[in-house]
Design a protein around this ligand. Structure first.
Ligand SMILES: Cc1cc2nc3c(=O)[nH]c(=O)nc-3n(C[C@H](O)[C@H](O)[C@H](O)COP(=O)(O)OP(=O)(O)OC[C@H]3O[C@@H](n4cnc5c(N)ncnc54)[C@H](O)[C@@H]3O)c2cc1C
Length: 423
């Protein structure tokens, strides 16, 4: 009997544990480890911040559901990994050995790289975790009582831009509903070289479309924004030109700011030579396997993907649900092959398909492959995206409860939404 340990029970890890168990059956043990007892559906976090969702609607306890599929769950954080010995240690002191390890630990949020940023330092809010989104909600409620300037955007080194746009549009709608929008000037501040770059060199007409959406909602913007820090209640920003020189300095007072941070790999993995890159992201080959420690596979935001191109302010490439699902699928097939004495052959398809909510409408983008030139670069707006995103949330949470292993993005996004007909 082999022991396969999955660390991280987010979007990638939950799916990985269910898929591995379904494929490998009772003769192998699957253990799922997470530093929190609940699964949180991260894409719903912007809705938490404007009270369109409550915690219990977007999170579920992990243990009762995975137990039904004979997956052992341990609610404790990974403390250290001895990759050479194939052993890990948890925060509760347990030591576990594995035959295969699947790392799905998501990002560590690098707020500390910008002075004063993040909910702990208090300078900016975040929607990256459910707890952060709840903290952000409290700040939004304060803003409604005492309206003032709002800043939304992404810090230098950020890779996940979609939720910043989503949050800006959702907050705009929420403030309009609360009848205070006229007292709230909004600025979108981003490390992207242009609006709609998204870490992907744009997708279809994402630039024109997102600029138009911001304009229609009276949201001004600053691109190539190198946020320096939050000092004396003001956000200090150098706006760079395309050669990376400072074009203008902005010192902006504000009442509420939600800025997505740069990501890095989690602390327990960061110093393991050969496992991770300098930012702590796990190095993987075409089969999602670490070249130095081939018993270690990784999927999701924790893996290393080089930026598509150099930008004046550093930006990264987003890792989104469809790719993550595909990585998990590849890992399951490859571990199964290895257990049968074969070589891993399965590769993930790195396509980006995303639904971005805008409050009452939404924008969908499809980049196939994620890296240009692409077969499909499609970006469309419509109320159907808002509705599809609601359906998608319900569907995914249900899938996590019943342990369904059908590839959901493929089924929901490609077939149901008809995106498969694009290629
Ligand atoms: C606000 C937001 C909205 C997004 N919206 C979308 C969207 O609409 N569509 C889309 O395709 N993508 C979206 N993404 C991008 C991406 O799909 C998500 O970030 C997704 O949650 C990433 O999945 P993951 O499994 O890699 O990491 P996560 O979902 O972050 O899961 C990581 C898990 O590891 C656990 N963990 C961390 N450290 C440890 C440790 N030391 N020990 C044990 N466990 C640990 C965490 O608690 C967490 O449960 C969004 C991202 C953000 C931040």
């Amino acid at each position: 009997m082999a022991t396969i340990i999955v660390v991280g029970a987010g979007l990638g890890g939950m799916s990985a544990a269910y898929e591995l168990k379904a494929e490998l059956g009772q003769q192998h043990e699957v253990i799922l480890i997470n530093n929190k007892p609940d699964f949180e559906f991260t894409p719903s976090n912007p809705w938490i911040a404007v009270e369109w969702r409550q915690r219990k609607e977007t999170s579920i306890p992990i243990e009762p559901y995975v137990r039904k599929k004979s997956i052992r769950f341990i609610a404790s954080g990974l403390e250290s990994l001895n990759a050479a010995q194939q052993q890990l240690e948890l925060a509760d002191g347990q030591k576990l050995n594995y035959d295969f390890l699947v790392l799905c630990t998501g990002p560590e949020l690098a707020f500390d790289e910008i002075t004063g940023a993040g909910p702990d330092a208090g300078g900016t809010s975040s929607v990256c975790t459910l707890t952060h989104a709840e903290h952000c909600r409290d700040n939004v409620n304060k803003l409604i009582n005492e309206p003032g300037h709002v800043i939304v955007g992404a810090m230098p080194g950020a890779s996940c831009f979609g939720p910043a746009y989503e949050y800006a549009f959702i907050l705009d709608k929420h403030l309009r509903d609360k009848k205070v929008r006229k007292s709230v000037p909004m600025t979108f501040i981003t490390s992207e070289p242009y609006i709609g770059h998204l870490g992907l060199n744009g997708v279809g007409d994402s630039k024109g479309m997102l600029e138009s959406e911001l304009r229609q909602r009276d949201i001004s913007w600053i691109c190539n924004a190198k946020t320096l820090g939050i000092i004396d209640g003001k956000m200090e920003i150098d706006e760079l030109d395309e050669d990376g020189n400072v074009k203008r300095h902005h010192s902006l007072p504000y009442q509420h700011a939600m800025m997505l941070p740069a990501f890095r790999g989690i602390a327990p993995l960061r110093s393991i030579e050969g496992l991770v890159n300098p930012r702590g992201f796990v190095l993987v080959d075409d089969h999602q396997r670490n070249p130095k420690y081939p018993q270690i596979y990784a999927a999701g935001v924790c893996i290393a993907i080089p930026p598509l191109s150099k930008t004046p302010v550093p930006t990264g490439v987003p890792k989104t649900g469809y790719m993550i699902e595909s990585m998990v699928r590849a890992i399951t097939h490859n571990i199964k092959a290895e257990l049968m004495g074969q070589q891993p052959t399965c590769k993930a398809t790195w396509n980006a398909i995303c639904l971005a909510d805008m409050g009452d409408t939404g924008a969908a983008f499809v980049a196939m492959p994620q890296i240009p030139p692409r077969n499909v670069a499609w970006f469309k707006k419509g109320k159907w995206v808002h509705l599809a995103k609601i359906g998608f949330e319900k569907y995914f949470l249900h899938k996590m409860q019943i342990g369904d292993t059908e590839p959901m993005y493929e089924r929901f996004m490609l077939k149901y939404l008809g995106i498969d007909k694009l290629e």
